[in-house]
Design a protein around this ligand. Structure first.
Ligand SMILES: [Zn+2]
Length: 369
């Protein structure tokens, strides 16, 4: 009791002391965006511009692959130690054919893989299903190794009556089943970071991103709650257990790895890739290490936007034991990160072994035994 009373006295004393303080000089107020001092911490640093072992990037976009000079791409890949790149923007049909022709005539069919895409806007046309299944078969016959579904396709695409086509719409079931039959995985990007659905205020970790990219802001139900959109994807994973699904961006659960583990436990045909969420892993190196230990067979390497200079940050987070280093986009992460120092066997699974299991026809001879 005496202790509590003295604590209270101390509390009031400090409050009144605070009250008497001279107000902060307004010239010392600073914009939060401006406050970004260089770190004074002196610790060993191990930046690396290439991966220590070859890797597969399962999440990349190369829109002009039909025309582009692939020698340039291959030289960049070599400098990163990237064994295989997966271009998710294959588009399908004749566009995909053009890309495959360029890849084949350049002799890079073992280094560059394409996934195809389908269109959902005409889902209620009489011949949509027949045409889409025929397109999938054709695309696989000319070399597509997977299907990519864009986030817009689960959020903004509507049918002829103007209703949003949820990705677990039963009319799409034959597509997922077909991918299973054809032995190709479906990489699906659902929703966006959950912060985009939260109020744009001082409690939002993506405040800066929503300021710089205001169109990313969603209302709570726009076009549906975040959890609803994610659950629509998990629903198809559950119902199509013969098809392998790769949920992009760690299913936007990289900030809640316990929950992500529960989802992976429940859905054995689901995999995730780490594109655009490396800063989430880098801010929780111990937790992330436990996650990679437990789910080492379920996580693939992905990057999303293809910018060769940005891979170094991925290598450093995954491979080094460095401390307190920055991410390259402050609007994704205003915090600093720590290396995970992943064990070699787990790194090999993340970098290529799991991809060899999930994506058909990869050239295993490009990678260590
Ligand atoms: Zn993407």
């Amino acid at each position: 009791m005496i202790r509590q009373t003295s604590l209270l006295v101390l509390l009031f004393a400090s409050i009144s002391l605070y009250g008497q303080r001279t107000p902060i000089d307004s010239s010392l107020r600073m914009d939060w965006e401006m406050y970004d001092p260089p770190s004074t911490l002196v610790v060993p640093e191990h930046p690396q511009s290439s991966a220590s072992i070859p890797f597969v990037d399962v999440h990349s976009h190369h829109w002009r692959m039909g025309e582009q000079d692939l020698d340039v791409l291959i030289r960049q890949m070599d400098s990163l130690n990237m064994g295989v790149v997966v271009n998710l923007s294959g588009r399908g049909g004749q566009a995909l054919k053009g890309m495959m022709d360029n890849i084949n005539s350049s002799g890079y069919q073992n280094r560059i893989i394409c996934f195809t895409n389908i269109e959902l806007r005409s889902i209620d046309a009489d011949d949509w299903l027949e045409n889409t299944l025929a397109q999938l078969e054709y695309d696989v016959s000319i070399g597509a190794r997977g299907l990519k579904i864009y986030k817009s396709q689960g959020m903004f695409h509507t049918d002829s009556s103007g209703v949003r086509v949820a990705i677990n719409d039963p009319r799409l079931d034959p597509i997922w089943a077909k991918c299973g039959e054809l032995g190709i995985p479906v990489l699906i990007h659902s929703a966006d970071p959950p912060s985009f659905w939260e109020p744009h205020d001082e409690n939002n970790e993506r405040w800066l991103e929503l300021k710089l990219r205001p169109r990313r802001q969603r209302g709570a139900d726009d076009p549906a709650p975040w959890a609803t959109i994610m659950d629509e994807a998990f629903d198809i994973f559950r119902r199509h257990s013969n098809t392998k699904f790769i949920s992009a961006h760690m299913a936007w659960h990289a900030n809640d790895l316990v929950r992500l583990g529960e989802i992976l436990d429940e859905i054995p045909n689901m995999y995730v890739e780490i594109g655009a969420v490396i800063a989430e892993l880098g801010r929780q190196p111990r937790m992330a290490n436990r996650f990679f230990e437990q789910y080492q067979d379920r996580v693939l390497f992905g990057k999303d936007s293809y910018r060769p200079g940005e891979y170094a940050t991925y290598f450093r987070v995954l491979e080094s034991a460095d401390e307190y280093f920055p991410y390259y986009k402050r609007y994704h992460a205003f915090w600093r990160m720590y290396g995970l120092d992943l064990p070699d066997d787990i790194l090999a699974k993340l970098y290529y072994r799991n991809a060899l299991q999930v994506i058909p026809g990869l050239d295993a001879s490009l990678f260590p035994e």
